[in-house]
Design a protein around this ligand. Structure first.
Ligand code: SF4
Length: 386
């Protein structure tokens, strides 16, 4: 469990929930008093919530229409003057593979004793295989009630595509922006070098008009992008319905070590990020409370609560290792194999870190507690006003 001291007490982020215990539950050395221990035990937050659904990530296309130089699925850099870095081997999900994934999923649901499914459509760019996305959701929806989400770069997210996938269970789409137009277009360009910011925003607005989908906006931020965050959030609020967007600001994960201007993760950076979250809340975006639960896909080994499946049926521990030679942990036909322990990788492990583990932890703690207190204060003032 994560324990972080805040302004008005100590926050406990357990696998089951988050709890704020006021200072009176701690002694002068900061340790929990007997009353504090009892309060913590009574809250039940130390116990993980039982899984209510089986979590599947399925890659429908390992190819991508963009050539982001930092993509963790690149196998090298693009040749000088080009915008198309080499990628992991090309695989496309087809009908026979969908049948085999359905067989795998049926058995997993039975073993886990679960009767609901969460499906994450993943790539590459999943919409390069829109038909595969739709067929997969239809087929899996025959096994159990299903909710789906998709990680997309947004370039192919037309109103029609959004509507067709919503009909078969899609409820949210995660879209990444690397900053305002110029910054975004310098890293998220097509494989022929065209910027994508305007196209992505146009598509998001059209998808919101055509469907009830929630957009999950992930703002990747470097040191250069930090002072521009407020302007970016304002421009997003002007184009989209913020009440149907969750917004998350993520210090850029430096895959391939390609960003020169990563944040130095100072106290000043934390203050700037919290101020941007404040702007997002002012403009009506939904900002989630940080929690202490584990990832539904890679948090438990060997597919107990979820599985990550490449388009060729190979199992991986996590989205970060999909298609990487040497990180296979099994196949949908014969389940999880015996594999070396270090092959089970979890989210974020591949990012190149410019800071020490202690710096990183201090930054994460300050941002987490700042965000918890910001959201709590906003909720309180909303109750007071109403
Ligand atoms: S859009 Fe995503 S999958 Fe495609 S190149 Fe960029 S980071 Fe990689």
């Amino acid at each position: 469990m994560r324990v972080i001291e805040g302004k008005s007490g100590v926050w406990y982020l357990g696998p089951g929930a988050t709890l704020l215990l006021p200072s009176r539950f701690h002694d002068t050395a900061g340790a929990l008093t007997a009353d504090g221990r009892a309060e913590l035990a009574r809250s039940g937050i130390e116990q993980p919530k039982p899984a209510r659904r089986y979590n599947l990530t399925v890659v429908t296309s390992t190819a991508c229409n963009l050539g982001c130089p930092y993509c963790f699925q690149n196998t090298g850099a693009a040749a000088p003057g080009r915008f198309d870095p080499p990628r992991i081997p090309r695989q496309v999900l087809d009908g026979p593979m969908i049948d085999r994934i359905a067989d795998f999923t049926r058995a997993r649901l039975h073993t886990a004793g679960l009767n609901r499914l969460f499906v994450l459509l993943f790539g590459g760019e999943p919409l390069l295989n829109r038909r595969g996305c739709r067929e997969l959701l239809v087929r899996l929806g025959e096994l159990a009630p299903l909710t789906a989400s998709m990680v997309s770069n947004g370039v192919l997210l037309t109103a029609r595509a959004a509507r067709q996938l919503e009909e078969v269970g899609l409820r949210s789409v995660q879209i990444t922006l690397d900053g305002p137009r110029d910054l975004h277009d310098s890293t998220r360009f097509t494989r022929s070098g065209r910027g994508t910011f305007d196209k992505v925003l146009d598509n998001c607005a059209a998808a919101q008009q055509a469907t009830d989908l929630t957009l999950s906006l992930r703002l990747n931020t470097t040191a250069d992008g930090l002072p521009l965050l407020d302007g970016l959030i304002d421009s997003l609020a002007d184009r989209l319905d913020p009440a149907r967007c969750t917004l998350d600001i993520a210090p850029v994960l430096n895959y391939a070590g390609m960003f020169d201007s990563v944040m130095d993760r100072s106290g000043e950076d934390v203050r700037t990020l919290l101020s941007a979250y404040g702007t997002a809340l002012d403009r009506g975006f939904v900002v989630g409370m940080p929690g202490g639960g584990s990832c539904g896909f890679c948090g438990e080994r060997d597919g107990e609560t979820g599985a990550v499946i490449n388009a060729d049926g190979t199992l991986y521990s996590c989205w970060e290792t999909i298609g990487k030679p040497g990180y296979e942990v099994g196949s949908i036909d014969d389940g999880y194999h015996a594999y070396p322990a270090e092959r089970w990788v979890s989210c974020g492990e591949f990012a190149v870190s410019e800071t020490t583990a202690a710096q990183s932890q201090a930054f994460d703690d300050a941002l987490t507690v700042g965000l918890l207190e910001l959201i709590r204060d906003r909720r309180r003032s909303a109750v007071t006003v109403s």
